[in-house]
Design a protein around this ligand. Structure first.
Ligand code: C5P
Length: 271
């Protein structure tokens, strides 16, 4: 009832409870509460402002994936999910219907979005392909593992003095496959690079058939997590724009602005 009136409910989290038991019932973390408040303010701010995203169905991937070598060990990366969640929040605040397929993350998915949690790249691919028919726009912000162990062990592997060789095989490229299945869908991708950032991003945009790519430089302490980020947004026609170092919320709003411009241009072309 309250939800129907637009009230944002921050659900309790799982964990240890004051009564000594463990389960669902902890007050949400400060981070989550603040994100919900920021979202509410943003939504109020955007209310009544016409947006190309209003009513559009946006499917977003966010966060890392985990590729298991055995039941307890995995290969992953430093993605926090912050960028994908910020994009999801921004799109929802502008009136879009948002679904977020996300890998393991400490962050809570934003209010007003439908979260579909997954763990592996294969699960992420499956969840995305299953939701594709209900999407008008796809944003691939997840740091999907490019490789996965060829033969994961069914049991935890014991330590030995020998060298451990791990053979990896490529995962499905979700964004390329989305484009293959849906030639007319608006497709936005990301490129996190340590070097040759713009050239590599342009190559990916072409090869994977994206309409827009968002490039940023990353390093061991750079580009992941809650810190500021600097982005280059490149369109399929070659045009690009650069953002200064900005917080992820602000970065998300600039990316969604660029996406709206793209959708507006596309709708102009078809009429
Ligand atoms: O080639 P690279 O992994 O750097 O490409 C990054 C872009 O491709 C991101 O948008 C990411 O979400 C997407 N991607 C994907 N499936 C993969 C690998 C990357 O959708 N298996």
């Amino acid at each position: 009832k309250l939800r129907q009136r637009g009230v944002i409910i921050v659900e309790p989290e799982e964990g240890f409870l004051a009564c000594g038991e463990s389960g669902r019932g902890r007050l949400a973390r400060l981070e989550t509460l603040l994100a919900a408040v920021r979202y509410a303010l943003r939504r109020a701010d955007m209310q009544g402002k016409p947006s190309f995203l209003a009513g559009q169905r946006v499917l977003i991937t966010a966060g890392p994936t985990r590729e298991y070598l055995d039941p307890v060990r995995f290969v992953s990366n430093a993605s926090s999910g912050a960028m994908g969640f910020a994009l999801a929040a921004e799109a929802a605040a502008r009136g879009a219907q948002v679904r977020v397929v996300h890998g393991p993350t400490d962050l809570a998915p934003p209010p007003d979005t439908e979260a579909l949690p997954v763990t592996t790249a294969a699960e992420m691919a499956e969840a995305v392909f299953a939701a594709l028919d209900q999407a008008d726009i796809f944003i691939g912000a997840a740091a999907v593992a490019d490789y996965t162990p060829e033969a994961p062990a069914a049991q935890k592997q014991p330590k030995s003095a020998q060298t451990y060789e791990l053979r990896l095989v490529p995962t499905t490229d979700i964004i390329a496959e989305v484009r293959r299945r849906k030639p007319h869908l608006a497709v936005v991708g990301f490129a996190a690079e340590t070097h040759d950032v713009e050239a590599r991003a342009r190559e990916k945009l072409q090869r994977k058939g994206m309409d827009m790519i968002v490039a940023n430089e990353v390093g061991r302490d750079k580009g992941f997590g809650p810190g500021d980020t600097q982005l280059t947004i490149i369109l399929a026609d070659g045009a690009s724009r650069q953002t200064g170092p900005v917080a992820k919320d602000e970065a998300a709003s600039l990316v969604i602005d660029a996406l709206e411009d793209l959708l507006r241009a596309r709708s102009g072309e078809s009429t």
